[in-house]
Structure formats: C-alpha cells, structure tokens
Design a protein around this ligand. Sequence first.
Ligand code: NAP
Length: 460
Amino acid sequence: MTYQSVNPNTGKTVKSFEHLSSAALEQSLATAEACFQTWKHTSYAERAAIVAKAAALLHAHVDDYAKLATLEMGKRIDEVRGEVQFSADILAYYAKNAEAFLAPTKLHPKVGEAHVESSPFGVLFCVEPWNFPFYQLARVAGPQLMAGNVLVVKHAGCVPQCAIAFEKLLLDAGAPAGAYTNLLISHEQANRVVDDPRIKGVALTGSVAAGRSIAARAGQNLKKSSMELGGSDAFIVLEDADLAKTIPWAVWGRMYNGGQTCCAAKRFIVLDSIADKFLEQFTAALSKLNVGDPMIETTTHGPLSSEGALLQLVKQVDSAVAHGATLVIGGKRIDRPGSFMQTTILTDIAKDNPAFRDEFFGPVVSFFRVKDEDEAIALANDSDFGLGGSVWTKDVARGKRVASRVDTGMMFINNIDWSDAELPFGGIKDSGYGRELGNMGIQEFVNKKLIRTAHLDAPA
Ligand code: NAP
C-alpha cells in the first residue's frame, strides 16, 4: 500500500488509502481540464478571493494542520505551526501580487509597438515530497492558481492525510472542482499523467532519482518542467566568524525538521584556525538536544519521517565509516520506539568516500577543515549539487565575494533564513532547474506571448 499514515514516533500505522482507479484518475483529469476552460477566464480578483480565503483558513486552523503533519511525518509541532503559517503567507502573497507580476510588459522595437502578455498553460502536474507537507503544496498552488493554471497533485505516500486536507482547504475556500485535485496514484500512474495530452507542464520537488525519471518523461512529451531536487549545502565558516551567532545557526541549519530539508546545512567547511573551537562548541550544542515525542513542545530532536528513512541513513553512516571517515558522535539509531537517529558528526571524509558526494537527509554533520578561503570555495563547489549554501564572517563584503564564487542557486551570509514568499527558491546542477516563489516562481508556467503592432508594407 503506497499511501499510509504511519506515526514515526511510535511506528504504528494510523490509516491506509487505496490508489485511485484508472476510471477515477481519468475523471479527475477530465474535471481539471473542464475547470481550466472557465478558470483561465476568471479575473485576478476572483482568483485572489479564493486563494486569500484559503490563506485565512490555514491561519485560523494552524493547530489542526500542524498536528496532522506531526502525526504523519514527525516534524516537531512548533516547526509545523511555523510551516502552516508560512504556507498561508505564501498564498496571501500571490493573491496580492499575481496581477502585477503578470501584467503585460511593454517592449520598445525600432518600428511600431509591442508588448508581451502572460497567459496560463493549462493543467499542471505537480509531484511533491513529504518533508514540508503544506509549504510544498502552497508553493505551487499559490502562484499557479493565481496565474490561471489548474493543478493535479501527487503528494508523497507517507502524508496522504495532509494531501487530502490541502485539497479540502481549497474547496472550502471556494475553488471550483478541478482547480486543485489531489491524486493518490502510483509512480506508474504518474508516468501516464505526464504523458496525458491534457497536462501542459510538470513541477517536481523531490530526490534526484525522481527528478531524472519525471523530467525525462516530460522531455519526451516536450512539456516544460521545473525540478527542485536534493542538496548538500556548504556552511562555510571563515576565521573571523562570530561563533556566538554562528553555532546556533549551525545547529538549526542541520537539525531543523530532523535534518530533512533539501537546503539544510550538510557540509560544514571551517577554516583551520577556528576549526577546533567550532567543532568543540558545535558538538556540545548538538549533544544538548532533547529527544522525544514531536507533539510535545519541549522536544528539540524528533524522529525521522519513517523507518525506511532511518535505515537508509544508518546505512549511509556505516558506509562512510567503512570507507575511512571518523565518527565524532552518534552514528546509530536511538534505543527507543519510533524512527529516531542519534545526532551524528563525521570527519576525515576523503574524496573517494561515497559520503563525500552523498546527501545525508537527517541529523548527520559532515565536517571538513580547510586551510583558507580559496580551499573552502573549491570544496563547496566540489559537489554534484548546487542548491544553497552559507558564509559566516564579520566582513560582509568578503562574505558576498565568497558567496558569488559558490556555484549554487542561493547563498546566505550570516543567516540561513532559507525561504521567503518574495524570494526565488531553487538550484542548479543535480539540484534541478527552475525557480519557485517570488516573481520568478509565477513566471514558470505561463505563455509569454509577443504582440506587435506596426504599419509596414511587406518587403518586395
Ligand atoms: P522522493 O522519493 O523523490 O519523493 C518525492 C515525490 O516524488 C513523492 O511524491 C514520491 O512519491 C514521488 N516519486 C518518487 N519517485 C517517483 C517516480 N519514479 N515517479 C513518480 N513519482 C515519484 O523524495 P523524498 O525522499 O520524499 O524527499 C526528499 C528529497 O527531496 C531530498 O533529496 C530533498 O533534498 C528533496 N527536496 C528538495 C526540495 C527543493 O526545493 N529543492 C524541497 C524538499 C525536498 P512516493 O512517495 O509515492 O514515492
């Protein structure tokens, strides 16, 4: 059974769901297509009323949504409350700004006049991961509904109740049937959805493997896609970093959401002169976390999303050590019910160690010492991924210079405040292509149509 709510704090299965039948899937696609034919003609104000209402409903019921996510994927309750509020803010942001973002743009040809207008593509297929069960959905629903597209969405197998709740949220807010449809479908059915001629664009957030599979399929069909994939972000600590500010961010950057964030700080690259001090303070701070039930506010270290995720992570750490890495702390599952992993620090990760290139999706720190800034940048860039990264220094101008030389889609200086509704989010290399959020996010799936007027005679 692919769609199951299993509480990772206890390992108990709470609820299971059947896949959609072929007939039901066909009906969903037909309803979405029919909805698009009217939705594309609605005004921005009509769309905004619905999307803003969904934002208000999310704000009004933060706790209900938060508890659902904590139950299904183990994110700590206060973290999910923040996620739900942020999801509401994203919806509200697009309700307010979409019309301006998509307003016709005047061009200045040598002869006559011209402008570019934006019109929606049609039905979009979105494939989303479990690690932000609501934010990921808001990130596509807000901009795309406001652009006049409609969505059919395959959420991850372990968060079916969150997926269903988000569909209901939009219906409760007044969205017509077919504007946003949750699909409980298999990978094989997902492939058929990508092939379906009614689908005009594909957006996926998830692993590199899923991205390769769905992007290839979209490419075969000549359909535009955007891919938000994994990351192995560098956290570069220069010798003049303020450790009192840097260490709490290092802990947050690695441990938020149990370490299961695409743009989490994963590779800590520290200049030699400050490395011992950093490692000592970082180890001490990580060791103080309070392991427990993610529903309880005082817990600061919850479970991973699933037993499968835990087993995979332990296997990766074992392999790292077998290939010569040194284990500073952790490395094992925690001896209690549920899928809990010890906070782990690995050092001495040589270039031929699989851990050098792998993404660790959980509370595992990869620690590297470097002699200077150039070596830090070279190491940060020696990665298949290119999502985000950060630089820690009292010299902001130097921080900006370093940030410019790191090959990623996003860099942060003295913070890792990753995501804001107004700021574009996305990466390069194996981290994917395209951007979500901000003005750029709403431009991904609209036709940029040129209209030119010029009173010219045809060339002889
Ligand atoms: P995943 O296994 O790739 O799953 C993501 C979604 O893709 C799920 O809905 C999954 O469905 C679906 N999927 C996987 N393989 C598929 C296939 N062959 N055909 C159709 N659908 C497929 O990723 P995950 O382990 O859940 O999420 C973690 C990964 O996502 C990490 O690498 C993380 O860095 C990345 N991520 C990236 C961003 C970003 O913005 N760049 C944000 C969050 C997460 P099932 O659950 O049914 O398999």
